[in-house]
Design a protein around this ligand. Structure first.
Ligand code: 5GP
Ligand code: ZN
Length: 130
């Protein structure tokens, strides 16, 4: 995709601090990290969201996290936890599927704030979902 930042990173048109790469995926440091070692894991083929992704490739990516990326972060950066997140549509700035791997450290001070003042009652939401 011509106008996609992550496709440009894959093609080498935009530089990145790449920590792992193979024929299917690329893993590099987020340019604006939430914590030290914040990685982005992306497919080389342009897909916009999770819902466009092939299940086999998703499995491959999760396996990569378990077997390569978490051990790498644990061994080299001594991370104490790992938050895995992924935005689709709203909240997704880059429209090329990516998984955030955000290392956690006891002292990282990372706080995610939600405004809960307008939330519906749990029972009302459950009525719609069950
Ligand atoms: P989103 O909000 O789409 O889930 O996350 C996009 C992420 O991509 C952000 O954390 C942002 O810092 C990162 N990002 C955006 N542009 C670039 C770039 O050119 N290089 C790198 N390494 N990360 C980028
Ligand atoms: Zn792309």
């Amino acid at each position: 995709m011509d106008n996609c930042t992550f496709c440009k990173i894959i093609k080498g048109e935009i530089p990145s601090y790449t920590v792992y790469e193979d024929e299917k995926v690329k893993v590099f440091l987020d340019i604006d990290p939430s914590t030290d070692g914040h990685l982005l894991l992306i497919p080389k083929e342009h897909k916009e969201t999770l819902f466009d992704m092939d299940n086999e490739l998703l499995t491959y990516m999760l396996q990569l996290i378990k077997e390569k990326l978490y051990p790498l972060l644990k061994e080299r950066l001594h991370i104490e936890g790992l938050t895995i997140s992924q935005n689709n549509y709203l909240g997704q700035d880059v429209k090329h599927f990516h998984i955030h791997l955000t290392p956690r450290y006891e002292s990282d001070g990372l706080k995610i704030h939600y405004d809960k003042s307008h939330l519906s009652k749990l029972e009302d939401v459950y009525e719609k979902l069950k």
